[in-house]
Design a protein around this ligand. Structure first.
Ligand SMILES: C[S@@+](CC[C@H](N)C(=O)[O-])C[C@H]1O[C@@H](n2cnc3c(N)ncnc32)[C@H](O)[C@@H]1O
Length: 263
């Protein structure tokens, strides 16, 4: 059995091939812009990127805030901290950014110090999502916004993988998430955390290029590490999806829940 804190530990230590998959999976594009436009990031803003991963979002945020703004990126993984720093530096954004290796769920920031906090595909991993949303409310100024984006893993769908096979892999990999159904819960949690205004949107863009195959491979890895899986099913899911990516018939949808909460 994996450790009870596997959902966090598997981010602190990441195998090299999974690190490389994230570079492909989170590369920035039009889809990323649609996910963050609701955060209304403006020139001069001070913005946090919580759980920055490989750093593509931090670079986009640094572009949007301009030379008079600031991006503060945070992650629990040392490789991601280094990758984010080097991407920001390569774009010439080092003077307007800082990347911090986070040790816990509290932010080393003063009260009311940010205009925006963006957390993209990280809320499903934090120890206590309500406590995190309260912590974000502490560091964002009155009138500022917290913009959370996340999946609800029970709602992801794939073709040609059978729903029952996918559910088997998800159940066997569930220790990799603290709150796998976080998408549907974000709205209620933001209300419970005491924000003044909470807007919610769901974007369900199709993936026909195979970007989600990276995610399927990660899920197969988590299931295998857990050991509560049927290897024949995991193999079938991997083989069918790989073949579909190769012959151009792969289809996936993983709805993204966008919650914009105003302090
Ligand atoms: C799925 S990746 C998303 C990366 C990035 N936000 C993006 O969308 O490109 C999840 C990220 O959250 C980080 N993470 C996981 N648990 C965290 C926590 N409790 N606090 C901060 N970061 C965390 C991981 O190290 C990883 O970089």
């Amino acid at each position: 059995m994996p450790q009870e804190t596997y959902y966090k530990d598997h981010w602190v230590e990441i195998e090299p091939d999974r690190l490389d998959r994230y570079e492909a999976q989170f590369a920035w594009g039009a889809r990323g812009n649609r996910l963050i436009d609701g955060a209304d990031i403006r020139v001069g803003h001070v913005v946090a990127d919580y759980g920055c991963g490989p750093g593509f979002l931090s670079v986009e945020l640094a572009r949007r805030v301009g030379p008079g703004g600031q991006v503060q990126a945070f992650d629990v993984n040392a490789d991601f901290v280094a990758r984010t720093e080097s991407k920001l530096a390569a774009e010439g954004f080092a003077p307007r950014s800082a990347v911090t290796h986070l040790q816990g769920d509290m932010l080393p920031l003063e009260d009311n110090s940010l205009d925006r906090l963006i957390i993209k595909n990280v809320m499903c991993y934090v120890d206590d999502p309500l406590a995190s949303l309260r912590e974000f409310r502490r560091v964002v100024k009155p009138g500022g916004k917290v913009h959370a984006i996340d999946s609800d893993f029970y709602m992801a769908a794939f073709d040609p993988i059978s729903p029952l096979d996918w559910r088997h892999v998800l159940d066997a990999a569930i220790h990799a998430f603290r709150t796998p159904e976080i998408g549907r819960r974000l709205y209620g949690l933001a209300l419970a955390a005491g924000y003044g205004e909470v807007a919610v949107e769901v974007i369900a863009g199709p993936d026909t290029t195979g970007r989600m195959f990276n995610f399927i491979q990660n899920m197969a890895g988590y299931a295998r590490e857990g050991g509560n899986h049927d290897e024949a099913i995991v193999q079938r899911v991997l083989v069918q999806s790989k073949r579909a990516v190769e012959d151009g018939t792969f289809f996936a949808v993983n709805p993204q829940f966008l919650v914009t909460a105003t302090v």
